[in-house]
Design a protein around this ligand. Structure first.
Ligand SMILES: CC(C)(COP(=O)(O)OP(=O)(O)OC[C@H]1O[C@@H](n2cnc3c(N)ncnc32)[C@H](O)[C@@H]1OP(=O)(O)O)[C@@H](O)C(=O)NCCC(=O)NCCS
Length: 213
């Protein structure tokens, strides 16, 4: 058990586990970032993004710094929970849960990447279901949103497969160039129709207190 509740949350499915992104777990995941395995083609991330750094050492440093900064900013209005994805006990990616004015509107957003070594075998879908379970079941979310560049087949594929509805488009830049984002929305009612009963949550009560929920 850790002394900081937001790092002590865990989500377990029969296939994988999400654990709070402690420094120990981030350190075990860093080799994936260093090897460039968080990258994808076409580029999936909007700017600014540490994972676009070409120098592997700088990439890992900036990636860690951005997580440390984000972990330290916690208010009822704005928080971000960082998880490492463990497959057979090995760190293979990240999944974040972002609350923006959550206390007022009940919407969460998600962000994730997986090592290219484990993509396209249903892991992304399982990871998203795990984080949605935490959001809706554990934190009482009313709605989940997601967005991805229109040419990001993986992320859009996960959202489509899990019953999100299209919610318009938006512009962002990636590596300095404008690109169109597809926005998605999953309501609590839509989630309830596919709610799983084989996902376990740990450490949620303490985390809710820390988030003032
Ligand atoms: C997005 C990501 C996490 C998805 O994980 P994944 O394990 O590859 O996805 P899954 O295997 O669970 O696939 C989910 C669905 O998308 C489809 N899909 C996934 N990758 C695809 C691709 N490259 N082309 C076409 N379809 C794809 C699958 O067929 C599947 O659909 P189905 O359930 O109807 O069969 C992963 O691709 C990734 O890490 N990408 C790079 C980072 C990224 O884009 N992050 C999101 C930034 S917004």
């Amino acid at each position: 058990m850790l002394n900081y509740p937001l790092l002590d949350v865990a989500v377990r499915t029969p296939a994988l586990e999400l654990r709070g992104a402690s420094d120990v777990l981030l350190d075990r995941l860093a080799h994936v970032v260093r090897q460039g395995l968080a990258a994808a083609d076409p580029p999936p991330y909007d700017d600014p993004m540490s994972l676009y750094e070409s120098d592997p050492d700088v990439r890992v440093e900036k990636w860690l710094q951005s997580i440390w900064r984000g972990r330290g900013r916690v208010s009822p209005d704005a928080w971000r929970l960082y998880f490492v994805v463990l497959l057979d006990g090995e760190p293979v990616g990240v999944q974040d849960l972002i609350g923006d004015r959550f206390a007022d509107v009940g919407t969460v957003t998600t962000f994730s990447w997986l090592s290219s070594a484990v993509r396209r075998r249903g892991v992304g879908r399982e990871v998203r279901q795990a984080i949605l379970h935490l959001a809706f079941e554990g934190l009482g979310a009313k709605e989940a949103s997601s967005d991805a560049f229109v040419d990001n087949a993986g992320s859009n594929g996960v959202s489509r497969a899990l019953g999100y509805a299209e919610n318009g488009t938006d512009w962002a830049t990636r590596q300095g160039e404008p690109a169109l984002l597809q926005r998605w929305r999953l309501t609590r009612d839509a989630w309830l129709t596919q709610r799983r009963d084989d996902i376990e949550l740990d450490g949620v009560e303490a985390a809710r207190r820390t988030l003032s929920l």
